[in-house]
Write a protein that binds this ligand. Structure first.
Ligand SMILES: Nc1ncnc2c1ncn2[C@@H]1O[C@H](COP(=O)(O)OP(=O)(O)O)[C@@H](O)[C@H]1O
Ligand SMILES: [Mg+2]
Length: 272
């Protein structure tokens, strides 16, 4: 069908986003980037969180670790988008929006997968990334407190009363994509830091998120457990997917194997 946007040869733009810090966006982003590189994909990465710059620092740490240990680790093509210096707020936002949209589009013409680590705030760059995305991945900490990001939930009855600001923003992005490109924007939520001990709470949260997914229209991804290893490797610029390449494979504990499997499940589910 020729009238449908000819995007078949474009790479997928995958943004990792929500409206909150500390939910695991950068952890998910860096792990997916390395997992997909290791699967042989051509990957481009952006860090739009200008305050935290976690993915930027991850790449820097990785360079240093790679060079000091004489390794040949794989790296994504990493690009940044310069912030507008316009003084007037509207003009500044407009320029940020345009630069972001263009940068992501160019990256999608050159790479198979474009990953964007978003800030936990509503910025012009983040808005533009939502407007350009093919896939949105939203991490939430596995607790009811984190759900208020998605919807208002009655604390006593667990009933969902109204979708929140962020859900509405994703809806807008979905609507726009359908209208402008006649394309489908996929929205996934990933439960992060799943407790390995509190089975009862985990089940309760699981039931609530299931209800929420039907109500506000997202797909639930296989989750990630709370694991020290997910944060331990960060200062070296490594992920759980790298261990066998840095001579630490001998130290692969059962827990590390399980962690790696969680990332693989994620990649497989997303069909990346
Ligand atoms: N599954 C996990 N297990 C253990 N620690 C985690 C996990 N996910 C994230 N963290 C830690 O939580 C903190 C916040 O995660 P981060 O990915 O930076 O969140 P965000 O990018 O959304 O602000 C970091 O210190 C990170 O290492
Ligand atoms: Mg982050």
């Amino acid at each position: 069908m020729n009238d449908i946007h000819s995007g078949d040869d474009l790479g997928k733009i995958i943004i990792i986003a929500n409206e909150k810090g500390g939910a695991g966006k950068s952890t998910v982003a860096t792990h997916l980037i390395i997992a997909c590189l290791k699967a042989g994909k051509k990957v481009c990465a952006f860090d739009l969180d200008n305050r935290q710059q976690t993915t930027t620092r991850f790449i820097e740490n990785r360079r240093v670790f790679n060079d000091t240990h004489g390794l040949s680790l794989i790296f994504p093509e990493f690009r940044s988008i310069e912030l507008s210096k316009e003084e007037e707020i509207k003009a500044r936002q407009e320029e940020d929006r345009e630069r972001t949209t263009n940068a992501l589009k160019t990256a999608a013409q050159e790479s198979e997968l474009v990953f964007v680590d978003c800030p936990g705030a509503d910025t012009a760059q983040a808005r533009a990334a939502h407007g350009s995305a093919d896939i949105i991945i939203t991490p939430v900490n596995d607790s009811f407190i984190d759900f208020d990001l998605l919807a208002k939930i009655d604390p006593v009855t667990d009933e969902i009363s109204a979708p929140n600001f962020y859900s509405q923003m994703v809806w807008e992005a979905k609507k726009n994509k359908a209208m402008k490109e006649r394309a489908h924007l996929e929205w996934y939520v990933i439960r992060n830091r799943l407790s390995q001990i509190d089975a009862r709470n985990k089940r309760r949260v699981g039931e609530a998120i299931e209800k929420l997914s039907k109500r506000i229209g997202f797909t639930i991804l296989p989750g990630l457990s709370e694991r020290v290893i997910f944060r331990e490797l960060f200062p070296k610029g490594l992920t759980i997917m790298d261990l066998e390449d840095v001579g630490e494979a001998g130290g692969m504990s059962l827990s590390n194997v399980a962690a790696r499997q969680e990332i693989r499940n994620l990649v497989q589910f997303l069909n990346l």
